[in-house]
Design a binder for this molecule. Sequence first.
Ligand code: UTP
Length: 223
Amino acid sequence: MKIVLDIGGSIVASPAPNVPYIKGLAELLIELRREGHRVMVVVGGGRLARDYVAAARELEASEDYCDEVGIGATRMNAMLLIAALGEHAMKALRKNTLGAAKAKKILVMGGTKPRQTTDAVSAQLAWRTHADLLVVATNVDGVYDSDPRVDPKAKKLPRVTPQQLVKLVSTKEYRAGSTAVVDPVAARIIERNRIKTIVLDGRRLENIRAAVSGGEHGGTVVG
Ligand code: UTP
């Protein structure tokens, strides 16, 4: 299978880089590659992005500039995963999704351009490479009918249509450093291109493994 993994910065580096997790993730990705899967990973900025975006905003930078700062953070985290993957990863950090389909080794990248998050990069990468599966690994265990981090009555949805997903996330106004389970740009790309997507709790690596092998991942299937 051709798999795009969208890994939240909140998992790999919040507040500080989680080295044991990054090592474990790298081992899983190498194992998937050995099994014959093609793996591409987009890493989020997590706490580093949020802190730096907040500082840039305090310094009265424009929203686009704040986004560039956030992109820098995502790339720092991506570089840590490249370090953990060693010879299994393409050494150079990709700055965009062009030519990704030709990558033989594990491709790792961060953000690409303002006004979106790494979710959108992942969806774009999945679309461009005709991936079989997009796994959105985040710090909540799926898509809820409202934000479970603020609403105690939020209900998890085991399955949503791409249209439902778009509707659920589109109410959020875009702002650099903002959080929704999947960003609205990504949701629209998923919908338009019918990308098979699973949103799951990536803090447990076995969920990611299960999503790839067709097992019980405990997340939300978009489709
Ligand atoms: P993230 O993708 O990390 O966003 O990008 P997030 O929603 O905070 O996700 P988690 O917490 O890592 O799971 C961080 C910030 O970097 C900028 C945006 O400002 C975003 O909020 N960014 C990222 C871009 O502008 N473009 C990109 O392609 C990626």
